[in-house]
Design a protein around this ligand. Structure first.
Ligand SMILES: *Cc1c(COP(=O)(O)O)cnc(C)c1O
Length: 397
């Protein structure tokens, strides 16, 4: 009789054959600038921990303290018995940081997009997405019964065209929701949110921005993309983000009006049906807001390193795309070359993973580097030297 699970091994082996499988690297300690991975001491050059906060003493202390006062688990989902004072305080502090009326914290960014998007638009509505939006947005949109349209990547004129077409639709759409990443994580470019929100306002559409890679990075004090463009709160209706990137912890969140937050927690199935954050997580996120407000040097150092790295890599002749943020792709072509470059860099003491199809186009495989504020200038020098050596060996420069 045929083994009903034979496809598992077959599909996995095909991925290996195509150089498309994930080979997991294991950290044997914290995600620090120099970390121990698979027994080798290497420079961390691809974590989302932009500001180095995941190992920050104030945040670790806050997490320890919360375990002592509140335990290791919340005991329930938020709406039943899993809302603690720590969760409420975190949402108040986050709203204040974002200069928004209110904020709501979900378990993860993925849970936020998957839980909220299908509630904001349903039957008789239209969702308009940037063609390169993050997979969690795509899945959130798939869970909705709304019609879908896409506009060309980061192209506000094309969005305007789609919005104008939508206005002609019969019967008229009940609601229109425009969704974009704030910073696109594969290329590091920034959505033209000023022009996107203006186009949406003209056509009476809602705007939802996923600022996972903009928070802690863009705008005064790392407040994110809405602050970066200085947009009025009523121009961006849902500002979504995650504590899993620059904040160094874990947890999705939204900021906007009080009505948005009340609507969101009553309707989002991921929020209602999945356990809430353990106390140390909520406490570490709270401490992260304190750190961002009281230690501006992290964001400043992140940008100093970023500008220098981009300039020197470009001068060496690498194709680093058109990133405007601390995400710097080093584009090499087909996936095998990206895997080779990554392996060589690892041997030379720099950890930067390849990003290959299906995360990017088949001929746009790359090493995606992410700058980190916790690196020293000497660390950045070391990394650039490793790229130069490996790049010459592989005839990339
Ligand atoms: C990482 C990421 C998410 C998911 O956030 P998690 O909190 O890690 O689940 C969502 N959107 C974008 C754009 C991201 O980069």
């Amino acid at each position: 009789m045929r083994d009903p699970t034979s496809f598992l091994g077959e599909e996995y082996r095909q991925l290996v054959k195509d150089d498309l499988d994930w080979r997991l690297r294991v950290l044997q300690g914290p995600s620090a600038p120099w970390c121990e991975i698979d027994g080798k001491r290497v420079l961390m050059f691809c974590s989302n921990n932009y500001l180095g906060l995941s190992n920050h003493p104030k945040m670790k202390e806050a997490a320890h303290r919360a375990i002592d006062t509140h335990g290791v688990g919340s005991g329930s989902v938020r709406p039943i018995a899993g809302t603690m004072d720590l969760h409420m305080e975190l949402e108040r502090r986050l709203a204040r940081f974002k200069h928004a009326e209110a904020s709501l914290v979900y378990q993860t960014g993925f849970a936020t997009n998957a839980g909220l998007i299908p509630q904001l638009a349903g039957e008789g509505d239209l969702i308009i997405s940037d063609e390169l939006n993050h997979g969690s947005i795509i899945d959130g949109v798939r869970l909705s019964r709304a019609e879908r349209a896409v506009y060309r990547h980061a192209d506000a004129d094309d969005l305007e065209r789609v919005l104008a077409n939508a206005e002609e639709h019969v019967p008229a759409y009940r609601r229109i929701l425009v969704i974009t990443d704030g910073v696109f994580s594969m290329d590091g470019d920034i959505a033209p949110l000023d022009r996107i929100s203006a186009a949406a306002a003209k056509h009476g559409a809602m705007v939802y921005v996923d600022d996972a890679h903009g928070e802690g990075v863009l705008g005064p004090g790392g407040r994110g993309i809405v602050a970066h463009f200085g947009l009025a709160r009523d121009r961006v209706h849902v500002e979504m983000g995650t504590f899993s990137k620059a904040w160094g912890v874990v947890g999705g969140h939204i900021s906007g009006s009080t009505d948005l937050v009340k609507f969101a927690y009553n309707k989002s199935r991921t929020w209602l049906l999945s356990g809430s954050h353990p106390p140390p997580v909520a406490a570490a996120c709270l401490a992260a807001i304190d750190v961002l407000e009281s230690e501006p040097e992290h964001v400043e150092r992140l940008w100093t390193h970023t500008r220098r790295f981009k300039k020197e890599m470009r001068d060496l002749g690498f194709d680093i795309g058109k990133s405007e943020t601390p995400i710097t792709p080093v584009i090499v072509g087909e996936s095998g070359r990206a895997q080779k470059l990554s392996l060589r860099l690892f041997e030379l003491g720099v950890f930067a993973l390849p990003i290959v199809y299906p995360m990017v186009a088949k001929d746009k495989a790359r090493i995606r580097t992410i700058m980190n504020a916790a690196l020293t200038p000497e660390d950045v020098t070391t990394a650039i030297a490793a790229f130069e050596k490996a790049g010459r060996e592989l005839s990339l420069i």
